[in-house]
Design a protein around this ligand. Sequence first.
Ligand SMILES: Nc1ncnc2c1ncn2[C@@H]1O[C@H](COP(=O)(O)OP(=O)(O)O)[C@@H](O)[C@H]1O
Ligand SMILES: [Mg+2]
Length: 325
Amino acid sequence: MTSVPAAADPIVEVRDLVHTFGKDIRALDGVSLAFGAGMVYGLLGPNGAGKTTLIRVLATLLRPDSGSAHVAGVDVLRHPTRARTRIGLAGQFAAVDDYLTGRENVRMIGRLYGLSATESRRRADDILEGIGLSDAASRPVRTYSGGMRRRLDLAASLVGRPQVLFLDEPTTGIDPRNRADLWALIRQLVDDGTTVLLTTQYLEEADQLAERIGVIDHGRIISEGTSDELKDRLGGAMLELSVEPSHRDAAHRVLVDALGDEPVLDLDTDRYRVTARDGTRTLLTAVRALDAAGIEPDDVRLIKPTLDDVFLQLTDTDLQPEVST
Ligand SMILES: Nc1ncnc2c1ncn2[C@@H]1O[C@H](COP(=O)(O)OP(=O)(O)O)[C@@H](O)[C@H]1O
Ligand SMILES: [Mg+2]
């Protein structure tokens, strides 16, 4: 897929990235995507889809076979050193030193970034505070829980004040409560002006957190848009309503007239179902027509497909909400 989705002034822009491992593993098979600053962009895909490979290219850790990538106005392939000053990376496997305390870990990164001892101390304390690790800051990391390690890893990625933060499956394998904490943290970072590219295999995570979502599978972006756009693209929204039994025939005729579609009566639930091509507009049309005919439905609902449905249709892969790797 070569078309790049609209983004007025993209902060991340990737074109036709191809990367092959060995002879025949096309980890990236022509990936293009673009998005603007100040949002969470979710890259959603199953294991082996190419998410980490893409992140590694964007984070200057891997040179692709072909294609281009710009982050925060810098050509990542031409100017990796400059690109590195604008990005942060945190991942599924927290890269922190177990024998140092949380504070020491973050200070050390500060020194690596060339901050003075005083500056790195101040910066570490600020970040640890912001990330909710102040209380645990003096403990060695080996005593941290999985969720705390992820947060410390995130803290480390913030030392360089990145414009764009890459989070590679930041919540994979951690429990739901810690996941919710991390989501809140990520939202806070975005509110404070950071742009986040986050990979995930959790539909709910993409749905909750990401303003735009690229669905990736076998090294290709197979669909792209907001969560609602992805769902709408399935065209599967249904209008479901129930009316009193004595009104059924009349309601049926009214719905056919108004929507030009044959509603289906589910005898088990006593509900009509009809395709809602225009979503809420279809719902309004139906309700107005019924109202004009003097029929008041007992219950009206618009049933939208879930991201799960989108995924199933696109990939034949049933993503499990709680799979950990
Ligand atoms: N260093 C590597 N050497 C060989 N194959 C790799 C390497 N890294 C990733 N792959 C392969 O590339 C594909 C994409 O992997 P990856 O980007 O890690 O996917 P994801 O992060 O979405 O799970 C997979 O088939 C994986 O096995
Ligand atoms: Mg990965």
